[in-house]
Design a protein around this ligand. Structure first.
Ligand code: EPU
Length: 422
């Protein structure tokens, strides 16, 4: 079992460089099926990306870590059956369906396994692909998609699902005619995918808005080198960490517009006090936190541009010892609260009713806890860094699925933390 061992209670000082966003990199890797060759600059070597590498490898693609990034070539992909074991591990494997279907006319994909943060339906992906002309055969364990051709249509997503929007963009960018996607996800990572595909010759209009007009082109050109946008969830994680444990830091390579709401909440509620300052200049956040962190009032998660659900457990980590009340209402996933068991062991005081958890910040002590999922686990690490004494966060691998060099970045700013496997 892997774990983080932590000695908490230290203030942190120094610079943290944010990596490109996991949730941009994964769909970009899927789009390599359409563009043939692609180089992802400064690609984070995180667990989910390594699993996607394995999937591309197993179906005949070439994947190489070189020159500080990830080179992908899918020209020799020969299998249209996605490997079961890896496909089950990451939800993003399903985002390959649109591109595979367009390129090969068929794809077989194992049903993604259960998920720790919610039910995570696929109905919008499937209905959208059907509207473009796909046929779907569902067996006990898998979906088999086929399409003689994909024809542009108008499709209204009943919920702005990030993955379904991305899947449909990839299915339609080289489909026949025009596709109009309404009620799309507006997350910056979706826009990043559109920007990349447009760079390769795609004709996607309205990127970053809730309506996309996609004029199918015959072919996309590959051999493009691309730097994905910064990871806004990683940036938010480090911002909350500095606020929580105190100290002074600089967080660089930040898409500042993309974490604006979190920044605003912090500036309005927690940071207008003596001893705190947060400044944003160019792509950097400067932060000094030499006072007592205060509660954030009410936080409601929702699709972009709302507060991201992926920051919910990190905000809880902050709230568990920030003076006063913070209430978090979770509106995207139906069971994102598994991390609360761990927080209780640290001594956190909270009440939970339905999808709302209310924290009354208190002094925390070290504990041994289990990371239930990626963001919940990262939240527990933050609490371990705040709590006086020794802590262990087990199942550390789940955190390494999404945080690049997490322990190393923390050590560089003075945290007493180690990642180990036994
Ligand atoms: N949903 C459906 N039917 C569908 C698709 C989604 O009911 O066909 C529901 C889901 O069950 C969920 C909600 O819609 O309740 C949102 O799901 P969405 O499809 O938007 O999420 P996703 O595409 O599976 C991506 C990120 C997640 C992030 C969500 C929401 C990637 C690889 N993953 O997932 O990232 O939480 O969008 O912003 O892009 C993470 O990084 O920790 C993470 C979980």
């Amino acid at each position: 079992m892997s774990y983080f061992s932590i000695e908490g209670g230290r203030s942190l000082y120094g610079e943290v460089k944010i990596s490109p966003a996991k949730n941009s990199v994964l769909p970009l890797m899927c789009s390599a099926i359409l563009v043939g060759e692609l180089f992802i600059e400064n690609c984070p070597k995180i667990g989910d990306v390594l699993v996607m590498c394995e999937i591309l490898n197993k179906i005949g693609g070439t994947v190489k870590w070189q020159d500080g990034g990830l080179y992908i070539n899918t020209e020799n992909v020969h299998s249209t059956v996605l490997p079961e074991e890896e496909t089950k591990k990451i939800r993003a494997s399903f985002f390959l369906v649109g591109a595979m279907l367009k390129r090969f006319g068929t794809v077989t994909v194992t049903k993604p396994g259960g998920c720790n943060i919610g039910s995570r339906g696929l109905d919008i992906h499937i209905d959208g692909l059907k509207s473009l002309g796909a046929k779907v055969l569902e067996t006990e364990n898998e979906y088999i998609f086929s399409a003689e051709r994909l024809q542009g249509r108008t499709f209204n997503l009943r919920y702005p699902s990030v993955g379904a929007t991305e899947n449909l963009i990839m299915a339609s960018v080289t489909a026949l005619g025009e596709t109009i996607l309404k009620n799309c996800a507006k997350e910056p990572e979706v826009k990043d995918l559109c920007d990349f595909l447009n760079l390769c010759g795609g004709k996607i209009y309205g990127a970053g808005t809730n309506t996309l007009r996609i004029q199918g082109v015959k072919k996309l050109k590959g051999k493009v080198s691309y730097l994905p946008l910064p990871d806004r969830i990683e940036a938010g994680t480090f911002l909350l960490l500095f606020m929580l444990v105190g100290g002074e830091g600089e967080i660089s390579f930040v898409g500042k517009k993309n974490i604006y709401l979190l920044m605003k909440k912090i500036l309005d509620n927690a940071c207008n006090k003596d001893g705190f300052c947060v400044n944003i200049y160019r792509e950097k956040i400067y932060i000094c936190a030499n006072g007592f962190p205060e509660g954030l009032g009410k936080i409601v998660t929702s699709p972009y541009p709302g507060v991201p659900t992926d920051l919910h457990p990190l905000i809880s980590a902050y709230a568990s010892s920030a003076k006063g009340i913070t209430t978090i209402e979770e509106n995207v996933f139906d069971c994102r609260f598994a991390y609360l068991d761990g927080l209780k062991k640290f001594g956190a005081k909270f009440t939970k009713k339905g999808n709302v958890v209310t924290f009354n910040g208190t002094k925390l002590h070290g504990a041994e806890v289990y990371a239930p999922d990626l963001r919940g686990g990262a939240g527990l690490v933050l609490v371990g860094l705040k709590a006086e004494g020794k802590s262990k966060v087990f199942n550390g691998d789940v955190i390494m699925r999404g945080y690049d060099d997490f322990a190393v970045k923390l050590q560089k700013i003075g945290a007493n933390i180690k990642f180990a496997k036994e």
